[in-house]
Design a protein around this ligand. Structure first.
Ligand code: ATP
Ligand code: MG
Length: 564
């Protein structure tokens, strides 16, 4: 391809709304173009890299025995009603109507249509197991689209679904996908970890996420260097520390005027946040619930959602808080609530003694509060986020934390969808049984961005060869010099004959401009035809390492072949 003809425009400035390197570089190198918030076009150079990733995924899915098909993205409401997800998806689902007023959506994920297709196609155990997949656009009206294609509203996902006769079969199908995923991310050269994940909203028993390590990752990962335990923050179990057996002191009500924050309260009481238990009032599917965690902890809303099997969980409105506590916001506690609401207490609090809580009275707190004597929670559960240094739930050693971006997710779904949609088969004895399902997703466009996150420098992208839009760029420094240009054309043509994906920068631009663009778009090998063209000597430069050498044309061609 001739750069002069390439439908591409590069940009030196960092686009204002692009916060992270991959987003900046994808825009600057002309790989993608923003159409609207969270909606992007892939331009020719971007699409080439995108297809590389897609093909690696496709090859590994095919190798694992999965069969590719393609479903519509435009789906009827009924498809999602039987499983309850038409409601459950809430505002994240893009909904629309046809001309007759019939409700439709743009598919956010396709468990239901795949289950319907298998239900209508497979009758007997002899036709099972089967794993199907597609690589297709998904639509989610994300609350906060950001980071370019990492959290987009239209994005490409590879989604696969397995159907088995029993749990053992599911284990096998799941393992096959696990291995395929490892091969995919290994081939792409990503530095990633596999973590235990929450399977709440999807139903099901087991789930793992493939996390690309990244300082800008939206997910927190907890891991243990000693035993290898790794889980995302949503899932990481918090163990209960040893009980504080101090003698219970008499409970006292303390006047705490003008204290608004935990810090102010702690300064006022001359103590640490860990001596305080905060009570947060939630609205969980319309029900008002008080949730207690230690003052320096964060409530884990995923764990709380799972505890209530909830669809919608939000902080309670101010007037709800004031009504149930009888106090201004900031003084909630488990004692003296004005309405009978459920009180959920985090596990860790059960080990505490003589702690401080809000008194359900404006400007007052209680100190020396003790469970059982002063109040009794309705539920005790693990509802907080794990933190660095927490005991590993497997071996007890201190946990570490890192950040990551989720690129893939594998779930054991069980029978949630097959039950709801009547996806059954006849067993050996002619009896009807429900199929056991798994589902497996990879964010294709997000993976592409993750590769850039891990392979770039200040000058641009450093594509690993497997995902590069072109492997080689030939750069003649003087397009008007016949000797220079004819050598460049010669190399270019020979590479084309060898089937190499190659660019020639035939633009009448200064070499500096061409080098900058080649670095920005990240072509792995640059062959510069410069002042020694007449001797048949060119310069090769590797983008990844910056290594350069002056070599003969033949040697340059060998270097290209060795790229792999
Ligand atoms: P997240 O927690 O990041 O929102 P998710 O749990 O909603 O992800 P899944 O429903 O498991 O994701 O989707 C499978 C894969 O699709 C994810 O692992 C991720 O790589 C990708 N993905 C999900 N949402 C988006 C998005 N908004 N933009 C780009 N890729 C996405
Ligand atoms: Mg999501």
């Amino acid at each position: 391809m001739r750069v002069s003809k390439l439908f591409m425009t590069t940009q030196r400035e960092i686009p204002a709304d692009a916060e992270i390197p991959s987003h900046q570089l994808m825009l600057r190198s002309g790989m993608i173009r923003k159409c609207a918030s969270g909606i992007y076009s892939f331009m020719p150079i971007g699409l080439r890299s995108y297809k590389k990733v897609e093909n690696i995924i496709r090859e590994e899915m095919d190798n694992a025995g999965a069969q590719e098909l393609i479903m519509p993205a435009l789906l009827t409401a009924e498809t999602y009603q039987a499983s309850g997800r038409w409601e459950k998806f809430g505002p994240e689902m893009f909904r629309l109507e046809d001309r007759g007023g019939r409700p439709f959506c743009l598919g956010p994920t396709h468990e239901e249509p795949f289950t319907e297709a298998v239900r209508d196609t497979i009758k007997s155990y002899k036709q099972l197991p089967v794993t199907l997949y597609q690589i297709q656009h998904k639509y989610r009206d994300e609350k906060r689209p950001r980071f370019g294609v990492i959290r987009a509203r239209e994005f490409v996902m590879k989604d696969a679904y397995s159907f088995d006769v029993d749990e053992e079969g599911l284990d096998k199908s799941y393992q096959a996908m696990y291995k395929a995923y490892r091969r995919i991310f290994d081939r792409l050269g990503l530095d990633y970890t596999v973590v235990d994940a929450d399977s709440g909203a999807m139903g099901g028993s087991g789930s793992q996420e493939f996390m690309v390590k990244s300082p800008i990752g939206e997910d927190a990962i907890c891991y243990c260097d000693d035993c290898g335990y790794a889980a995302n923050e949503e899932k990481a179990q918090c163990t209960v520390p040893e009980k504080d057996n101090s003698e219970a002191l008499p409970m006292e009500k303390i006047h705490t005027p003008d204290v608004k924050t935990i810090e102010e309260l702690m300064a006022f009481m001359n103590t640490e946040p860990s001596a305080f238990v905060k009570t947060i009032i939630y609205n969980i599917d319309g029900k008002i619930v008080a949730v207690m965690v230690r003052g320096d902890r964060e409530i884990n809303e995923t764990k709380l959602t799972n505890l209530y099997d909830a669809t919608e969980l939000t902080l309670a409105a101010f007037d709800d808080v004031e009504r149930v506590t009888g106090a201004k916001v900031g003084f909630a506690g488990p004692i003296g609530l004005k309405e009978k609401i459920e009180v959920v207490m985090d596990n860790e609090v059960s080990s505490m003694a003589n702690f401080i809580v809000g008194a359900c009275e404006t400007d007052y707190h209680f100190k020396n509060v003790n469970i059982g004597r002063d109040f009794t929670p309705d539920k005790i559960a693990d509802v907080r986020n794990a933190v660095e240094g927490d005991a590993c739930p497997k071996c007890g050693k201190p946990l570490k934390m890192a950040r990551g971006t989720e690129v893939g997710h594998i779930f054991k779904l069980g029978t949630k969808y097959s039950d709801a949609l009547g996806c059954v088969y006849l067993d050996k004895d002619g009896r009807e049984n429900t199929m056991i399902m798994g589902c497996y997703g990879i964010g294709v466009s997000r993976t592409l961005a993750a590769i850039i996150e891990q392979n770039h420098d200040d000058d641009g992208i450093k594509w690993p060869v497997v995902a590069a839009p072109y492997k080689v760029i030939v750069v003649p420094t003087k397009v008007n010099d016949e000797e220079n240009m004819s050598l460049a054309e010669n190399i270019y043509n020979r590479l084309i004959e060898e089937g190499v994906e190659v660019l020639i920068d035939d633009r009448n631009e200064r070499p500096g401009v061409k080098f900058k663009d080649a670095d920005l778009i990240g072509i792995p090998l640059r062959i510069t035809v410069g002042r020694r063209a007449s001797e048949g000597i060119v310069e090769i430069k590797y983008r990844a390492t910056g290594e350069t050498a002056e070599v003969s044309v033949e040697e340059a061609l060998v270097a290209v072949r060795n790229l792999g």
